[in-house]
Design a protein around this ligand. Structure first.
Ligand code: ZN
Ligand code: ZN
Length: 249
């Protein structure tokens, strides 16, 4: 029996006891729910899940019902992306924002399995071997937050997809300012050279299929820098997977 199995059996045995001490509450609105993992029915219903039709290249939901299979969105049309697809667990909205806030800033790391489950449900079919790599945090940010929110999700995704994980495959070589409010060019400039491949993982990434994980995907500037670093290192495919995707800023 694997350690993971033993752990989940223990968790099952103790679940009723935990429920007695901490009655399960919806992590978004606080109303009582039946099990420790999940949201209440109302919050589930309000969670925005990306649907069809969607861009064949980046999976951005397309508005028109009458676009054909293989349609490409305006963003991808203007500039073919470096990535090989974006899988978003949810679209950024009221519910996903609250989940991200309590996960990242409220340090509710116990939300990671739930968030990873939502991401996993949107992943494309993964043929062959994949390596899961999180978007890196600068070490000062890591130190002040105490954990890399993307790395925790990466570990969960690796476990559920039977992939390997390389949490330190990418490094932030310097601190970058907040990208909010910056234009596309300014973002690219702020990130230039800030994300690099960890030379110790070069062999692992060369020729590999990579799932790049972030909690929130906003402009895509950071993930784009990561994708480029991975492709420069020889990654054959990089699929971006995020918990919440912001479509309009
Ligand atoms: Zn709720
Ligand atoms: Zn697109």
């Amino acid at each position: 029996m694997s350690m993971g199995k033993v752990r989940s059996n223990i968790a099952e045995v103790f679940a009723p006891l935990v429920d007695l001490i901490y009655p399960p509450r919806c992590p978004v609105c606080g109303s009582g729910i039946r099990s420790q993992t999940g949201l209440c029915g109302d919050c589930w219903a309000d969670l925005r899940i990306p649907g069809e039709p969607a861009c064949a290249s980046c999976q951005r939901p397309l508005n028109s019902e009458d676009v054909g299979q293989g349609a490409i969105c305006a963003v991808c049309m203007a500039k073919p992306p470096a990535h090989d697809g974006i899988a978003a667990g949810t679209l950024y909205g009221d519910i996903s924002r609250k989940l991200v806030l309590s996960y990242k800033h409220g340090r509710k790391t116990a939300l990671a399995p739930l968030m990873a489950r939502l991401i996993g449900a949107r992943l494309p079919r993964l043929d062959g071997q994949w390596i899961v790599v999180p978007v890196p945090l600068h070490r000062w940010r890591l130190w002040s937050r105490g954990f890399n929110q993307a790395a925790l999700l990466a570990r969960e995704i690796a476990r559920s997809t039977d992939s390997s994980v390389a949490v330190d495959a990418l490094l932030r070589t310097r601190r970058t300012p907040s990208l909010g409010g910056l234009g596309q060019k300014a973002r690219a400039r702020a990130l230039s050279g800030a994300i690099a491949l960890n030379p110790r993982r070069a062999e692992k990434i060369a020729g590999a299929q990579v799932i790049l994980i972030d909690d929130v995907l906003t402009s895509g500037a950071t993930s784009d820098a990561c994708v480029r670093a991975l492709k420069r290192a020889g990654a054959s495919k990089v699929v971006i997977a995020c918990f919440a995707r912001v479509l309009d800023e």
